[in-house]
Design a protein around this ligand. Structure first.
Ligand code: MF3
Ligand code: CO
Ligand code: CO
Length: 277
């Protein structure tokens, strides 16, 4: 297993790509309202990335082995959809929860981030799932420092999410990222402390837990027997949420590369780095 270690110059490139990805979500935020289609959100994102950012939407035509080329520029996963929802004609309605996952390529570097949006007024249950999933991601982020192991991240996310009565999707995980969209290592969102790869300064990977309100099992989203090749749903059709950041291992801890003016603040439990003396 070879995990690339980014140089100072590489990291500068990834900071730019990461900020751009997050700024796409900032731009989309006021548009995520009842009545808009996911296809319209995709078009807004695509045009912003290509024409305003002079960047490339990484999902468009992305084709891992065994998959058809991804046909759109972002992923939009609604309610029981776990991930990789393909934007289209579906109209968002009050009470829907939707994950928008944005990955941009700028100067060859990838930035990958996603947020949950609650359309109009969400139920208490939906809001709680989104909040707990956000906190679960941050519990994982807080483990990132040299000497920690990937299993520490997965473990803390799993214990936290399951402690709230939710379940962790096993089939999809975070990933190394850089010149390629998906690099080594895999970043599982469950596991045992002290296991798996040791973190080293210069590693960059995503943390992107998918948390289900019901059981953890998933399936392909077949509607009337047809499958788009991408969209994944919970087997029991319970709600699913996901948040994602791209994170750098620094000499002393972590730096989140996918932040922008509109990023939600960290949860209250997150210790801010001590101010420089
Ligand atoms: N952005 C997703 C991730 O976090 C991957 C989407 S692949 C696509 O890894 F082709 F569906 F866009
Ligand atoms: Co990712
Ligand atoms: Co993503």
């Amino acid at each position: 297993m070879t995990i690339s270690i980014k140089s100072a110059a590489d990291i500068e490139g990834m900071r730019i790509a990461g900020r751009l990805a997050s700024e796409v979500l900032d731009m989309l935020t006021p548009h995520v309202r009842p009545g808009i289609t996911t296809g319209e959100l995709d078009k807004l994102a695509h045009d912003h990335i290509v024409h305003e950012q002079q960047a490339i939407p990484a999902p468009l035509n992305y084709q891992p082995s065994g998959y058809p080329p991804y046909p759109k520029s972002v992923c939009t996963s609604i309610n029981e959809q776990v991930c990789h929802g393909v934007p289209g004609e579906r109209v968002l309605k009050t009470g829907d929860i939707v994950n928008i996952d944005v990955t941009v390529i700028k100067d060859g570097w990838h930035g990958d981030t996603s947020r949950m949006f609650i359309v109009g007024d969400g139920t208490i249950a939906a809001r709680r799932l989104c909040t707990i999933t956000y906190e679960a991601m941050w519990k994982g982020i807080e483990k990132v420092r040299p000497g920690a192991r990937l299993g520490d991240i997965g473990h803390v996310i799993q214990v936290f999410a399951e402690g709230q009565g939710f379940s962790v999707v096993r089939e999809f995980c975070g990933h190394g990222i850089g010149k390629k969209f998906h690099e080594e290592p895999q970043v599982l969102h469950y596991g045992r402390p002290g296991t798996l790869e040791e973190l080293v300064p210069g590693m960059v990977f995503t943390i992107e837990p998918m948390i289900n309100a019901g059981r953890r099992e998933i399936k392909e989203d077949r509607k009337g027997g047809r499958y788009d090749g991408w969209t994944i749903v919970t087997k029991d059709r319970s709600l699913s949420a996901q948040w994602e950041h791209t994170v750098l291992v620094t000499e002393t801890g972590y730096e989140i590369l996918t932040l922008s003016a509109g990023s939600p603040p960290p949860p209250a439990f997150v210790k801010q780095p001590a101010a420089a003396a």
